[in-house]
Design a protein around this ligand. Structure first.
Ligand code: PGA
Length: 245
């Protein structure tokens, strides 16, 4: 399975620079051995969609509501994202779990809503530094996987150690291998043989210098990139480091 390199633009970029970045990413996508996806803020989706239409770069959003419609001021339904041209949506990013109190049960409901309208759900999991230091990281992340993924899940999991996000710190390759291997086992327990087909992305301070090493780790199915995805050159350099095949 091809690796997937996904850019999470977070709360950055107005429409015009977002469209310019998307144009540069699309222009540089030819000849790569991986899939590409970008996740602009809601307000830039239309501008980016116009640029990416007909390109191999998938468009995604950073969150959705679990309900189809209703009195949820400020929220956006999965069907609205599909209507805006999205093919994917991130759910359960640690920043949403932390700043918005999202629970794994709530994340699972969002993943269900995404799948119902044909969006690829990118479900994020990951431990804090305190949890890792206490030796609980693997148990905690596997529990997040079991609680956040609905039955029949066919999206993507992103393992993002919270202490690695935006810090420049990354786990060792051995730690990434151990965690991704444990997540694979959790997926197989939870989803049966379908769990073998779920890509497991690594996220947290991925940059052009460390990408090749991280992407070569067994069971790493790609990367979810924050800061380095805001520069086309860096994002494409990470994509160029993807494993062949
Ligand atoms: P980072 O963010 O690459 O800036 O560490 C990753 C993420 O939060 O998805």
């Amino acid at each position: 399975m091809q690796q997937l390199i996904a850019g999470n633009w977070k709360m950055n970029l107005l429409s015009r620079p977002a469209a310019a970045l998307a144009r540069d990413v699309a222009a540089g996508s030819a000849g790569l051995h991986c899939g590409l996806a970008v996740f602009p803020p809601f307000t830039a989706l239309a501008a980016v969609e116009a640029v990416l239409r007909g390109s191999p770069v998938m468009l995604g959003a950073q969150d959705c509501h679990a309900s189809v419609s209703g009195a949820f001021t400020g929220d956006v339904a999965a069907a609205m994202l599909a209507d805006a041209g999205c093919g994917a949506v991130i759910v359960g990013h640690s920043e949403r779990r932390h700043y918005h109190g999202e629970t794994s049960a709530g994340v699972r409901a969002k993943a269900v809503a995404a799948a119902a309208v044909g969006l690829l759900a990118v479900v994020c999991v990951g431990e804090t530094e305190v949890e890792r230091d206490a030796g609980h990281a693997v148990d905690l992340v596997c529990r997040q996987v079991a609680e956040s993924l609905p039955a029949g899940f066919s999206g993507v999991v992103a393992y993002e150690p919270i202490w690695a996000i935006g810090t420049g710190h990354t786990p060792t390759h051995d730690d990434v291998a151990a965690m991704h291997g444990a997540i694979r086992q959790a997926l197989l327990r939870h989803l049966g043989s379908d769990g073998a087909a779920v890509r497991i992305l690594y996220g947290g301070s991925v940059n052009p210098d460390n990408a090749a090493g991280l992407l070569a780790v067994p069971e790493v199915g790609g990367a979810l990139v924050g800061g380095a995805s805001l520069t086309a050159e860096k994002f494409l350099a990470i994509a160029a480091a993807a494993r062949h095949g």
